[in-house]
Design a protein. Structure first.
Length: 225
């Protein structure tokens, strides 16, 4: 199958008061088109750091990340942003909605930043309806529940019609019932949009929804049987 993401020998170290700290070491990973991959790990294991490197939001100490056939090390920050535009979606634990924009405006902004201006409003309205928020288009984040805010975040991610979705603990700020509803929705939309998924989580049951599972321990990424 066609690969959308290839990682070879990825390493990340940071320098702190106590000296150099190794977060990741020699991580190898391939994600194929339409594949759902879960990365498990305890809090502080480096999962979010790894996700940021995979998306080109941070730079590794060593190794290479190749997204859609383009190697990040050959691109500057602006070129990486251009590569992500319209091809990559994000869902974060903390929703990351702009408080002064309505649900509709939050989704439209993501599309405009991706250069998808022509039918932005119509597609944003359609995607918000897909996540069950067709009656909440004019609501601001403070007027929405946590579950509704995460639904807006899902609509924002999928409205750009991404080839790959990066999700960082997407139910971390939700109660169990609401979290389960959001996850069901995320997987339905991923399938409908035929997008690859890289999901970071500490929850084995959530990871079990993915076709492949890996665990990050002491900076090393290993397949989970």
């Amino acid at each position: 199958m066609e690969s959308v993401l290839e990682v070879k020998g990825l390493a990340k170290s940071v320098v702190g008061p106590a000296g150099s700290l190794t977060i990741l070491k020699q991580v190898d990973l391939t994600v194929c088109a339409g594949e759902a991959v879960a990365i498990l790990g305890a809090s502080g294991s480096g999962k979010s750091t790894l996700l940021g490197l995979l998306a080109g939001l941070d730079e590794p100490t060593d190794g290479e990340v190749c997204l859609f056939g383009r190697t990040f090390s050959s691109l500057d920050e602006d070129a990486r942003a251009t590569l992500r535009a319209g091809q990559v979606g994000f869902v974060f634990q903390s929703f990351q909605l702009l408080p002064r924009l309505t649900a509709l405006e939050n989704v439209m902004l993501a599309m405009e930043l991706a250069g998808q201006i022509g039918d932005a409003r119509a597609r944003a309205e359609q995607t918000l309806s897909e996540v069950g928020l067709g009656e909440r288009l004019g609501h601001y984040p403070r007027q929405l529940s946590g579950g509704e805010q995460q639904r807006v975040a899902l609509a924002r991610a999928f409205a750009v019609q991404p080839r790959i979705l990066f999700a960082d603990e997407p139910t971390g700020n939700l109660d169990e019932r609401t979290g389960a509803q959001v996850i069901d929705l995320m997987f339905r939309m991923r399938e409908a949009h035929d997008a690859s998924l890289v999901l970071v989580t500490h929850d084995p049951s959530l990871a079990g929804r993915c076709e492949r599972r890996l665990r990050l321990e002491e900076g090393v990424l290993k397949e989970v049987p």
